[in-house]
Design a protein around this ligand. Sequence first.
Ligand code: PLP
Length: 438
Amino acid sequence: MRGDNDQLASFWMPFTANRAYKAQPRQLVSASGMFYRSSDGRDILDGTAGLWCSNAGHCRPEITEAIARTAATLDFAPTFQLGHPLPFELAQRLAALMPDGLDRIFFTNSGSESVDTALKIALAIQRAKGQGARTRLIGRERGYHGTGFGGISVGGLVNNRRAFGGGLPGVDHLRHTHDLERNAFSRGFPQHGAELADDLQRLVDLHGAETIAAVIVEPMAGSTGVLVPPVGYLSRLREICDRHGIILIFDEVITAFGRVGGATASQMWGVTPDIITMAKGLTNATVPMGAVAVKRELHDAVIDSAPGGIELFHGYTYSGHPLASAAGLATLDLYARDGLFDRASELGAYWEDAAHSLKGRRHVIDVRTIGLVAGIELEPRPGAPTARAMELFHACFDNGLLVRATGDIIALSPPLIVEKEQIDAMFGTIADLIDRID
Ligand code: PLP
């Protein structure tokens, strides 16, 4: 590769402009609480909880010590036709946090694996119920569901698909809910757009309900730039799924574990899906782990329809890994002990006001927040879309703040331990720097 720094050449970085990064690397070398430390010795305020995942802040000893203890006691144990206590305990604890009825838990190692697992489970459920012709999967434009073949197929971001043959066949998409004309600078749930859920009815009319297995959406679309669901949208999707025997999957890889208050967005927003995918905050991102929560009767349908032997031919070597399970248990303890799922509600109004203070600033065409998430949408630079957000991301980093740039949107999602002064510092830094970007 041209212009490489030799020491950096071997790591083919994910979702990264490798050439640009390696020409001007920015490295993190340690972390504690709300801060990263950069290789040039600066403290970087973490405005994004890493990648929406370090919800309790960094290097919490309660978690790291549990991992160390487990590593020295049971480094690995298979969960195929054998077990060890930790994932059973974690599954029970997690089930208790889920919406009523979603108390059967499958463990994975990432959000992408959780999504592909959920899609496969949905297909298996339909088949177990004698509905084997239901194989169509429905996602949504601008949805992000990770990078497995299932995830990129139901996902609605063409860049994630176009180099890889376009994704799986038999997939369709709902329209996205982003509507700047009607909803710009909304506070909380946007007023307009519940009717976009009727797109599912359109797809039912087009394909026939008897061909549709499942619909997957993020309750709040995060990676595409913080799209908060319009008032009434999710419940309308639920109604249409119920009417037509379609399994509703909420991808809560970002929204679970306190991000919008409560253990899940489903509970906070009062709409219960059939399956929930999780990852990220489950272990406070210390050890990779994901999970899929499934309604008990749907799980039972699969188990009971099997003739005997293995009921679901699916799993990962590391499903329920001891280190991840120990990290998960310690993380759930910490969330409960410190009341971290209440933080989004406690700080939500302050956060919202701080974010909306950017209204009227140069380039800012929308601000949207929910829980402890904010999206700040910039007007694209003519001829150079996404450049402004990327430049702002770099400027923020150089000035001691980590934000996330996605398209022309800056996304913020700090650890739930964030304090008001740190919220002020985040939006103050952005306000100062945004004026300097062309
Ligand atoms: N689903 C959603 C909603 C996500 O936001 C992400 C990652 O950001 C994923 C799935 C994929 O998770 P992972 O990167 O752990 O595979």
